[in-house]
Write a protein that binds this ligand. Structure first.
Ligand SMILES: [Zn+2]
Length: 559
């Protein structure tokens, strides 16, 4: 395949293969007029004109060759067809043309590779997506060594390809003839990101699997000199087994599950009781001070109500994709005849594989994926997540408009409970600030009343110091949240904006396409019920969002 490398601008196009490789349509036509049979003759290396056109995404030449009646499934010396070659560079228009002309995507080369293995070897995620969604190709086909496209993507370290294959429900627990699962191969090659994605997608179950030499993925990584990765995998294994004090079997695991919400209840109750028992009675209060004192008690009580709502409300969990999918798939495995044929989906023009089920097919048929935004795939939940959503590692769920996980309330803060959280924050800020001011006034009056009582004084001063510190902390958090609400941006987006394409302007600087006028922003965050927002999967170009299209020239999402 070195014809391109030899091309220095002065290449003489003297064969049909070169005309196809360089896209010289006039030369191709001239060759065919001279010898109509030349389109089926390979070059000196045994490669056919259709392969060269397919490799270089020459659509006009491909169509012309097909019209001339070339053999679509002819193979070279390695057993590869034009479809294999088209997969190398992700030539989607040519792939679609070949398939519509009845090219066979199930042909295996001498090593057992079909086009999907080649696409995985070269990280052509769009090709795999196209073949799965439009042609229903089964992504679990093994080559002659028992390796599926997921093995190859893991071996080569293509994280996006792994994401797609996992969401397409490729098997991550199947060993090849050497007993290696995709995680074993990612560990052998030291592909850290690939290992992370595989573990997020369920490969934790193979952490203890051994290959034919008796080694686990962690041991293989260490043996190949990837020390950090090996230790990381070993540590991950320990966590899965619930080791350590805070592990799922540890002595303090209850603290992880209940988080710190009970501590807040205890703290606020204690502070309010001291306020009622020590601060308020320290000196007689006038009606205004009395009014504000009782307002502190009322806002603290209201705070409990909002704490309860923040903790128990659904923060915006996005339904997982794999629950229903796996159960349906199991049904099919057990009794394929009983499954309603309409629930199976083949390709748009009649694919053979019919791998994806109807609802899964529909869920994955997303403009975000046709545009190549693979980072919107969540391998843990097996879904395409909307913009602004993130997978929360604590709750292990994807959450719409994710802000942060708050250990103080024991819940993630997202689209569904951010308004409760803001109310909780601001009510407690008011209570802390107002009670601190009242406390200072009462202490001053208490001192001047000439009836100093040392024990009461210690209570009052200790209470005030703690209260002022908490008020300062709450003030900082409140200012940060208020500023984010006014700009319609989340804590996660501010911290990780460089990871999200939709938050970057064309010059790479921060740009928030969701930032409208301040009133709309505040209404959306503080009173979402007044203006419910549907999940957004693609940033509109009119809003300034930059969505890069990685699917080469053929992209449904951009049309
Ligand atoms: Zn998720």
């Amino acid at each position: 395949m070195n014809i391109n490398k030899a091309h220095d601008g002065k290449e003489v196009i003297d064969t049909v293969c070169k005309a196809c490789a360089y896209g010289d349509f006039d030369k191709l036509k001239a060759f065919v007029e001279l010898d109509p049979g030349c389109t089926n003759i390979p070059d000196e290396n045994g490669y056919y004109p259709l392969q060269w056109a397919a490799l270089n995404n020459r659509l006009a030449e491909t169509n012309f060759l097909i019209a001339q009646g070339v053999a679509l499934n002819v193979t070279d010396g390695t057993g590869q067809t034009a479809l294999h070659w088209a997969a190398v560079r992700g030539s989607l228009p040519v792939i679609e043309t070949l398939l519509r002309s009845n090219a066979d995507y199930e042909i295996k080369d001498n090593r057992g590779y079909t086009a999907i293995h080649v696409a995985a070897q070269y990280g052509q995620t769009s090709v795999l997506y196209h073949l799965a969604l439009k042609w229903g190709v089964d992504m679990d086909q093994p080559d002659h060594d028992g390796r599926t496209p997921l093995h190859w993507a893991a071996y080569k370290g293509y994280a996006d390809t792994i994401r797609l294959l996992l969401v397409l429900d490729s098997r991550y627990d199947v060993g090849d003839k050497e007993g290696c699962t995709p995680l074993h191969w990612a560990a052998i090659k030291g592909n850290g990101e690939a290992c992370t994605v595989l573990l997020q997608g369920g490969s934790t179950s193979v952490l203890t699997s051994k290959d034919v030499t008796g080694l686990t993925p962690a041991q293989l990584a260490l043996e190949k000199g990837h020390r950090y990765l090996g230790l990381h995998l070993a540590e991950f294994k320990k966590k899965q087994e619930g080791g350590g004090w805070f592990g799922k079997n540890g002595k303090l695991s209850w603290m992880v599950s209940t988080q710190l919400a009970p501590l807040i209840v205890f703290y606020v109750t204690t502070m309010v009781v001291i306020f009622l028992k020590k601060v308020m009675p320290a000196h007689s209060m006038g009606p205004i001070l009395s009014f504000f004192s009782w307002s502190v008690v009322v806002t603290s009580a209201l705070g409990f109500a909002f704490l309860y709502k923040t903790t128990t409300a659904d923060p915006g969990f996005i339904p997982r994709g794999w629950d229903t999918y796996n159960s349906k798939r199991k049904d099919i495995d057990e009794s394929s005849e009983e499954v309603d044929e309409e629930s199976r989906i083949g390709g748009v023009v009649g694919g053979k594989g019919q791998h994806l089920l109807g609802h899964q097919h529909k869920a994955l048929d997303s403009p975000a994926l046709w545009a190549g935004n693979w980072n919107q795939l969540c391998v843990s939940c097996r879904i395409v997540r909307p913009l602004r959503a993130k997978h929360c590692s604590v709750t292990d769920r994807c959450i719409e408009v994710f802000d942060h996980f708050c250990p103080w309330v024991g819940n993630a803060i997202g689209k569904g409970n951010r308004h409760y959280f803001l109310a909780l924050l601001w009510l407690n800020l008011y209570a802390a600030v107002a009670s601190s001011i009242i406390g200072m006034i009462q202490i001053q009056r208490f001192v001047h009343a000439d009836r100093l009582h040392p024990t009461t004084m210690v209570w009052l001063v200790s209470w005030l110091i703690i209260n002022v510190f908490v008020a300062l902390g709450l003030a900082g958090l409140s200012v940060a949240q208020a500023s984010q609400v006014a700009r319609n941006v989340t804590t996660n987006e501010l911290a990780n904006w460089h990871r999200y394409q939709y938050l970057q302007a064309s010059d790479g600087r921060f740009h928030n396409p969701f930032n409208n006028d301040c009133t709309s922003n505040c209404l959306e965050a503080c009173a979402p019920f007044t203006a419910p927002m549907a999940p957004v999967y693609m940033a509109k170009s009119s809003l300034g969002g930059r969505v890069s299209c990685k699917s080469n020239t053929f992209c449904r999402g951009c049309h």
